[in-house]
Design a protein around this ligand. Structure first.
Ligand code: G
Ligand code: G
Ligand code: NA
Ligand code: MN
Length: 255
C-alpha cells in the first residue's frame, strides 16, 4: 500500500519515534511512569499521530518493523535517563495483535531490554483484548506468561470495550487494567459512566490488579477517581504525549 511504503521509508529515515505521556499516582500525585506512543516526525507535515499511519499496526510485517524500532528507541531512552540519574518510573509500550505473529516476541523484547541494561521491572506491555482474538492469538498466553515471569508488567488496555474480558483477566497474567477513556470522559455528568469506572476499580481491587484511568482531562475527574480508589490517571489534564527530549525537564518541574 502507499502508506505502507511511506512508513517503511520513514522507519529507514528514523522518523518514527516514541512520544511519552505520564501516568500519575492518584494517591500521591507522583509520576509512576510513562506510556510510549508512536509518532511520525514528518519532514514537512510536522508530528503525525497514528491517525495517519496506524493501519500499519495491522500489517504483521510492518507492525513488527515499527514495534522493533520503537522498543529499541524506548530502551535507548530509558538507558539515557537512567545514566542521567532520572527517576522516570516505568515505561509502557503498546503491542498490536499482528505483532504476536512474530516468532518469539517475548524473547526479542527481553533481548532488547537486556542489551540496553534496562531492568524488566521498569518495562510494561500494554495489550488490548483484541490480541486474544487476533491473528497471533495462539501465541499470546506463552508470550505474556514469559514476560510476566521475567518481571515485565502486563497491562490490559481499553478495558471494557472488548469482549470476554473477565475470562481474560482470569486466564492471563494481567497485572494492571486501564479503564477506557470513553468511560472516563463523561464520568462527572453521566452516572452510568461513573458506575462503570467504579465497577472496574472495584474489580481490579478484588483481583489484586492496579487500575489506571485514561483520557483524564479535568481536575474534577481526578478528584472523583481518587475518591473511587483508582490507582493511576493519565490524560491531557496532566500532559500530552511529549518528545523524549522533554521528559527530563518535565520530571524536574513536576511538583
Ligand atoms: O497515540 P494516539 O495518540 O494517537 O494513539 C492512537 C492509537 O495508536 C492508540 O490506539 C494507541 O494505542 C496506538 N498506538 C500508538 N503507539 C503505538 C505503538 O507503538 N504500537 C502500537 N501497536 N499501537 C500504538
Ligand atoms: O489505545 P490507547 O489507549 O493506547 O491510546 C491512547 C490514545 O489516547 C492516544 O491516541 C493518546 O494520544 C490519546 N489520549 C491520551 N490522553 C488523552 C486525553 O486526555 N484525551 C483524549 N481525547 N485523548 C487522549
Ligand atoms: Na495504550
Ligand atoms: Mn487505551
Amino acid at each position: 500500500t502507499r502508506i505502507g511504503g511511506e512508513v517503511r521509508a520513514a522507519l529507514a529515515a528514523r522518523q518514527i519515534v516514541p512520544f511519552y505521556q505520564p501516568k500519575v499516582c492518584c494517591r500521591t500525585g507522583r509520576i509512576s511512569g510513562f506510556e510510549a506512543l508512536a509518532r511520525w516526525q514528518h519532514p514537512t507535515r510536522g508530528v503525525l499521530t497514528p491517525g495517519y499511519f496506524g493501519t500499519a499496526f495491522e500489517d504483521p510485517e510492518l507492525a513488527t518493523a515499527i514495534g522493533d524500532t520503537l522498543i529499541r528507541h524506548v530502551a535507548a531512552d530509558m538507558r539515557a535517563w537512567r545514566d542521567g540519574g532520572l527517576d522516570f518510573g516505568r515505561v509502557a509500550v503498546n503491542v498490536s495483535s499482528a505483532e504476536f505473529r512474530k516468532p518469539d516476541l517475548a524473547g526479542s523484547i527481553l533481548e532488547v531490554l537486556a542489551g540496553y541494561g534496562v531492568p524488566t521491572a521498569q518495562f510494561e506491555l500494554e495489550v488490548t483484548e483484541t490480541v486474544f482474538l487476533g491473528q497471533g492469538a495462539e501465541s499470546v498466553p506463552a508470550v505474556l506468561n514469559r514476560l510476566h515471569d521475567s518481571g515485565v508488567l502486563v497491562t490490559l488496555d481499553d478495558f471494557g470495550t472488548g469482549f470476554a474480558s473477565l475470562t481474560h483477566l482470569k486466564q492471563f497474567p494481567v497485572d494492571h487494567i486501564k479503564v477506557d477513556q470513553s468511560f472516563v470522559r463523561n464520568m462527572e455528568q453521566d452516572g452510568d459512566d461513573a458506575a462503570i469506572v467504579a465497577a472496574v476499580v472495584g474489580l481490579g481491587r478484588s483481583l489484586g490488579m492496579h487500575v489506571t484511568a485514561e483520557g483524564v482531562e479535568s481536575a474534577g475527574q481526578v478528584e472523583r477517581l481518587r475518591a473511587l480508589g483508582c490507582d493511576y490517571a493519565q490524560g491531557y489534564h496532566f500532559a500530552k504525549p511529549m518528545a523524549a527530549s522533554r521528559v527530563p525537564h518535565f520530571l524536574r518541574n513536576w511538583a
